[in-house]
Write a protein that binds this ligand. Structure first.
Ligand SMILES: [Zn+2]
Ligand SMILES: [Zn+2]
Length: 253
């Protein structure tokens, strides 16, 4: 099925992974849009639901968790202005070496409607080695060791927390897709097909398709105009043998 037909036949009901200006470092805004701008974009694309999920607090562009009340206030105002859409406050926590495996502690989960989690280059997570290994020639034994460590960390985070979406698994660092697929099956975690990142790719998705898991497509928009994008990811999923009924936020028009 070509992209145009896919877009005409299927639509995305909600986008549960988008960033705003709350993902920032000092004066640099990693997410470009305000909450209200992401909401307006979602409404213009006909979405019924949207989540604001800025980066976890240890990320270079991480949010300041003290600001979640302000984010809640902006979300409430946006929903007043656009009563047709339900907007959630989530977070894209970083998978790191902490007791619960995330940079959002269990006592902070209450700040959010749900928690997504993914691997990013943050200190305390073999940042430098993963960055180099993923991009440059690297000894095979070292790569395998990293793959094992990254996989263990993801599985620990999945088992220790109620994570809704595992964001872009396999992007930025090597993982064992079979072990991660099995852990998502065991914990009921949604596997994300990310519009913005290269992984999971076709090969990864073919592996995940073999497990009893559900998928979700996320735009991972860092600017409002990208909110609600899904067609390319849906095409990729279908190529991998994942039928749209296994993707929780895709329906036939
Ligand atoms: Zn991410
Ligand atoms: Zn993201």
């Amino acid at each position: 099925m070509d992209l145009k037909t896919i877009g005409e036949k299927f639509r995305i009901t909600g986008d549960y992974h988008t960033h705003t200006v709350y993902s920032r470092v000092g004066p640099y805004f990693h997410g470009k849009g305000k909450i209200i701008e992401n909401v307006a974009a979602a409404v213009s694309k006909g979405l019924a639901e949207l989540a604001i999920t800025d980066h976890g607090p240890t990320d270079f562009y991480g949010l300041d968790q003290k600001k979640t009340p302000q984010m809640r206030k902006e979300i409430a105002e946006a929903m007043e202005q656009y009563p047709g859409i339900k907007v959630y406050l989530g977070v894209e926590a970083d998978i790191v070496d902490t007791p619960n495996g995330l940079d959002v502690a269990p006592e902070d989960f209450g700040r959010y409607d749900f928690v997504n989690a993914g691997y990013h280059y943050v200190p305390n997570c073999h940042m430098i080695r993963n960055w180099i290994a993923f991009r440059l020639p690297y000894p095979a034994a070292g790569r395998e060791k990293l793959r094992r460590q990254n996989t263990e960390r993801i599985i620990k985070a999945l088992r220790s927390n109620n994570i809704r979406i595992l964001t872009h698994p396999g992007d930025k660092a090597y993982i064992d897709e079979h072990a991660v697929g099995k852990a998502c099956e065991e914990t009921g975690t949604l596997i994300e097909i990310n519009v913005r990142h290269r992984h999971p790719d076709l090969e990864d998705l073919r592996i995940y398709a073999g497990y009893d898991v559900k998928f979700i497509i996320s735009s991972d928009a860092h600017k409002p105009s990208n909110v609600g994008r899904y067609v390319r990811s849906l095409e990729l999923a279908m190529k991998a043998g994942i039928t749209p009924d296994r993707i929780v936020n895709i329906v036939e028009r």
